[in-house]
Design a protein around this ligand. Structure first.
Ligand code: NDP
Length: 252
């Protein structure tokens, strides 16, 4: 047994939505663990500039809901680094509101970003991983897939994340014997632009905190630690799992 099992030396990772929030923390940590990392996002920002100062990082711009993007970002990863060992399907959006007022455009945006895009990107990555003899895929799901009693109303979001969890399990079953492990991470309430600028408000923050046994929100870096475990050889016998990282929220 060695701590080297937590390292990613020689591995190539593609992280969608790796330019900020949880994805940025994952991109940073994977690089520190020795991986070469292709960072995807819609917008190149200062964080990406900082990462790409190192040759270990590449930038693959693209809106993952564009049907052409999934194959292209996998191809760009291969062009740049020659292989793909790890895919982190992290890009996601949230939208909340009454079910009866949730229009088709909003439903399509959630579904396209949170479920269809990860499906397509994983499909492209798996084709390559099969030729390489294995790989690791991590889908970022959510505890929202498992609960209904959240302070905010997010039927479409929660359902999209439930689809991600189920996709994870079925893919894991299909590819276990061919060396591709597929797992999901289900964060609780994590501090990011999504929660600070988009879906949160004072009242929700209070309810989330009160219902989280650890009485605090998670940090992106804490999610990255879980991601590293699930994508490194340290989790070599783990596939089809949904790792919950929620400060204990799902215990009640
Ligand atoms: P942020 O809003 O901070 O970041 C979202 C990321 O997704 C950005 O990098 C963004 O890129 C990218 N993204 C969104 N839409 C697209 C798109 N169409 N194409 C390409 N990239 C896109 O969110 P978080 O970091 O908080 O969330 C990351 C993941 O974790 C999501 O899947 C989310 O559902 C999940 N999650 C988050 C929780 C939380 O409490 N924060 C809880 C549970 C799950 P760009 O900057 O270019 O827009």
């Amino acid at each position: 047994m060695s701590l080297d099992q937590f390292r990613l030396d020689g591995k190539v990772a593609l992280v969608t939505g790796g330019n900020r929030g949880i994805g940025l923390a994952i991109s940073r940590l994977f690089g520190k663990a020795g991986a070469q990392v292709m960072v995807n996002g819609r917008t190149r920002n200062a964080f990406v500039d900082e990462l790409c100062a190192s040759d270990a990082y590449g930038w693959s711009q693209g809106d993952v809901t564009d049907p052409a993007t999934p194959d292209r970002i996998v191809e760009e990863t291969l062009d740049r680094f020659g292989r793909i060992d790890i895919l982190v399907n992290n890009a996601g959006i949230a939208d909340n509101g009454d079910f009866h007022d949730f229009g088709d455009d909003r439903l399509a945006a959630i579904t396209d970003t949170n479920f269809i895009a990860p499906f397509r990107i994983a499909r492209a990555a798996v084709k390559q991983m099969l030729t390489q003899g294995g790989g690791a895929i991590l889908n970022i799901g959510s505890i929202s897939a498992e609960v209904a009693n959240q302070p905010q109303l997010q039927v479409a979001y929660n359902a999209s994340k439930a689809a991600v969890h189920q996709m994870t399990k079925v893919m894991a079953f299909e590819y276990a014997a061919r060396g591709i492990r597929v797992n999901a991470l289900a964060p609780g309430y994590v501090v990011s632009d999504m929660t600070a600028g988009g879906i949160a408000n004072e009242a929700w923050n209070k309810v989330w905190t009160e219902n989280t046994p650890m009485r605090r929100f998670g940090q992106p870096e804490e999610m990255a630690n879980c991601a590293l475990f699930l994508c490194s050889p340290a989790s070599s016998y783990v596939t089809g799992s949904v790792l919950v990282a929620d400060g204990g929220y799902l215990t009640h």
